[in-house]
Design a protein around this ligand. Structure first.
Ligand code: ADP
Length: 262
């Protein structure tokens, strides 16, 4: 028997390592799919009770408006409604993930101004509740041909993250730059920031930075869903950040010009 050369041994070891890595990647994907499936079934089941809970809360709020004796109840109802809205967001995110994974998510394009979305977000109840101020830089008067609700969802995700992960600073900045081909929209905060080694993973499904995120609620899905929505619009997503200094999350959208089907 020919003695095996060092190169053969090394070559075999590399092949085995590659096979192992492929195996682990497949196993990880299988586990993530099981997690998606379970969470999407749970979310479906939660939708009906949450909807009726919100309807009952609305009724109580109306009673409180009409009857003087019930006035003190109103702030409590508002708080309960805010929590119910959080549940709606969580279930919506979980259902979105299962739609994305099964290719069932749809983009419904129309023409609108970015400024309209920004105005809606400024008025969105609870988005900036922690006393943060939203500053706008650049021209938001840009016409987009996109799925308005989904672009609003992406911006809302980025703004609520900026609020959540900057508990000690109050400034959030939306900046808009565009040329004739695309628009770049960025949301910047002066919050906890992200270490360099975590930056490549922040848009991954269920990814959360253990060390910094454990004090903040979340499922690690907002950025993943946002990046998939932008991908469906043929745009890009990215992030620049420095630990302890703050983060800037951005996305681009093509400006489709005359050939767009809006
Ligand atoms: P979630 O916030 O629900 O955990 P996301 O998908 O929105 O999920 O974000 C993934 C992770 O990226 C977060 O858990 C957090 O670790 C990090 N992250 C996102 N936005 C910011 C931000 N503005 N500043 C610092 N870290 C952030």
């Amino acid at each position: 028997v020919q003695p095996r050369s060092d190169e053969d041994v090394l070559g075999n070891a590399i092949v085995r390592m590659k096979e192992n890595l492929q195996h682990y990647a497949l196993e990880k994907e299988k586990m993530l799919n099981m997690k998606d499936e379970f969470l999407s079934i749970a979310s479906h089941e939660l939708q009906t009770p949450i909807t009726s809970m919100k309807a009952f809360l609305q009724m109580v709020e109306r009673f409180a408006d009409e009857k003087e004796a019930l006035k003190p109840v109103k702030p409590l109802v508002e708080k309960a409604t805010k929590q119910a809205n959080k549940l709606v967001t969580i279930t919506r995110n979980l259902l979105d993930v299962s739609r994305i994974e099964s290719g069932r998510i749809q983009i419904d394009k129309s023409e609108f101004l970015l400024s309209e979305v920004v105005e809606d977000l400024k008025e969105q109840n609870g988005l900036l509740s922690a006393g943060h101020t939203l500053m706008i830089e650049g021209d938001t008067n840009v016409k987009l041909c996109a799925d308005r609700l989904k672009i609003e969802q992406v911006l809302s995700n980025l703004i609520s993250n900026a609020v959540k992960y900057s508990p000690l600073s109050d400034k959030i900045m939306i900046s808009v730059q565009h040329n004739k081909n695309e628009v770049k929209i960025a949301v910047a905060d002066l919050g906890i920031g992200i270490a360099k080694e975590n930056l490549p993973f922040v848009y991954d499904r269920y990814f959360r930075i253990e060390k910094t995120s454990q004090n903040y609620p979340g499922l690690g899905l907002g950025l993943y869903i946002s990046s998939q929505i932008i991908k469906l619009h043929h745009g890009d997503t990215g992030v620049e950040s420095e630990l302890g200094k703050g983060s800037t999350f951005w996305f681009t959208l093509p400006l489709e010009g005359k050939k767009s089907n809006c």
